[in-house]
Design a protein around this ligand. Structure first.
Ligand code: FBP
Ligand code: MG
Ligand code: MG
Length: 289
């Protein structure tokens, strides 16, 4: 990774150190709380706890002007103005795929460092990435220059891949939502993909996208008949994941254009999310036209 900016380096180092603690703190926090998050979803005890932990740590960094999370309604102002050249806004999905806590399956933490006040276009990201709580805790950090994969242990980051690149030959796919709820044009595209690739769907965006980054292929959570705006959140999920996949040599799309080009209306906006090899995303956009 070449994050030359000390604030961005501090943000990613803080998330890396916190991740070991978050993973450990999942024990005993697999239940749900009474409240709902701003997207109207049931919150796990661990969602609320991880958000508080990350909020406390990230908001305390000099140069972090805003902290925002999938789990809180409003942006937290932390002093600096993200419009200033040396200040940033950090948006996180503290636990992505937290419904997998119940079945003890993969989950993650997603982050995006925006050089703009939130909500912002993904084109203003200067770094983004995720921690994956798999059998091994790994962290992917994408910057303008490259995507680097680390293993995390005891708060230390060890590089395992200096240049994460999407393999040329697609192998796996995963699509969210129920098939009868998919619009007819997406169903047509999905039928083709099912014939060509192998299904891998684990119910956590991070785990599913990491399979695509590892083997090549595509992940999609499409617009649904019942929810044309899709399920995933642009600021906390779509933009950071789109940034990672694009920097790794692939493409992202909301069905029409790069996720990074989507203009947000509100902090918790949802969006259809598609990422993967160029050719597959091009075909998707052509089918949905
Ligand atoms: O349960 P479904 O409909 O397959 O949805 C799975 C999707 O929802 C999510 O769990 C939503 O993220 P959160 O757990 O952060 O709310 C994604 O990680 C995943 O891709
Ligand atoms: Mg999520
Ligand atoms: Mg979440």
């Amino acid at each position: 990774m070449t994050v030359s900016d000390p604030v961005v380096e501090d943000v990613v180092a803080t998330i890396g150190r916190s991740a070991t603690e978050i993973r450990q703190g999942l024990i005993g926090r697999r239940g749900t709380v009474d409240g709902e998050n701003p997207s109207g979803e049931t919150q796990a005890e661990a969602d609320v706890w991880a958000d508080e932990l990350l909020g406390d740590r990230l908001a305390g960094i000099d140069g972090v002007g805003q902290y925002a999370s999938e789990e809180r309604a409003d942006v937290v102002d932390c002093g600096a103005d993200p419009a200033d050249s040396d200040a940033y806004a950090v948006a996180v999905d503290p636990l992505d795929g937290s419904s997998n806590l119940k079945s003890n399956n993969t989950m993650g933490t997603i982050f995006g460092v925006y050089d703009a006040a939130l909500p912002a276009r993904g084109e203003t990201l200067v770094a983004a990435g995720f921690v994956l709580y798999g059998p091994i805790t790994t962290m992917l950090i994408a910057t303008e220059e490259t995507v680097t994969e680390y293993e995390l242990s005891g708060g230390e980051r060890t590089i395992v891949d200096r240049d994460v690149t999407l393999p040329d030959e697609p192998v796996v796919y995963g699509f969210g939502g129920r098939v009868p709820d998919w619009p007819a044009d997406f169903r047509e595209y999905a039928r083709e993909i099912e014939d060509e690739l192998k299904l891998r769907y684990g119910g956590a965006l991070i785990g599913d996208v990491n399979q695509v980054l590892t083997y090549g292929g595509t992940f999609g959570y499409p617009a649904l008949e019942s929810r044309p705006e899709g399920k995933l959140r642009l600021q906390f999920e779509g933009n950071p994941i789109g940034y990672v996949v694009e920097r790794a040599g692939g493409r992202s799309s909301n069905g029409d254009r790069s996720l990074l080009a989507v203009e947000p209306d509100a902090l918790h906006d949802r969006t259809p999310v598609h990422v993967g090899n160029d050719e597959l995303i091009e075909r998707l956009e052509a089918t949905l036209e």
